[in-house]
Design a protein around this ligand. Structure first.
Ligand SMILES: [Zn+2]
Ligand SMILES: [Zn+2]
Length: 125
């Protein structure tokens, strides 16, 4: 245990002596704070139970933002991601109406006009 701490000034003169009681109180406070912070950190890392958005069953996850069962038990997150990607791709493949001639066409990315002949972003006005 620390009995006392001498605080010296630049010339090596004792400026202040912190007695053990004082010090211990301070020390304890710090310890308390540190352990509190530790527990806070730990609680963030702790697992929690969620209802999987993919399979609907309860799952224990270790990530605060997790929405799906986590590996190695189940691959819901992967499955959900694949399906989402597929949906996105499907949505992208949907036909779009040409802004000019109103004909439906299969857009490429954010294409707004068909190629026949309404679009031609390269052509001059
Ligand atoms: Zn699941
Ligand atoms: Zn068109």
């Amino acid at each position: 245990m620390i009995s006392q701490v001498k605080i010296l000034d630049r010339d090596g003169e004792i400026k202040r002596v912190i007695k053990s009681k004082e010090l211990n109180e301070d020390f304890e406070k710090k310890e308390e704070l540190a352990s509190y912070r530790m527990s806070q950190k730990r609680s963030n890392k702790e697992s929690k139970i969620i209802v999987c958005e993919w399979c609907g069953s309860r799952a224990r996850v270790f990530c605060r933002n997790a929405k799906y069962c986590q590996p190695p038990e189940k691959r819901c997150a992967t499955l959900a991601r694949i399906s989402k990607t597929n949906e996105k791709q499907k949505a992208q493949r949907k036909k779009r109406k040409c802004r000019k001639c109103k004909k439906a066409f299969k857009p490429v990315r954010s294409q707004q006009y068909c190629h026949n002949p309404c679009t031609s972003p390269t052509s001059s006005k």
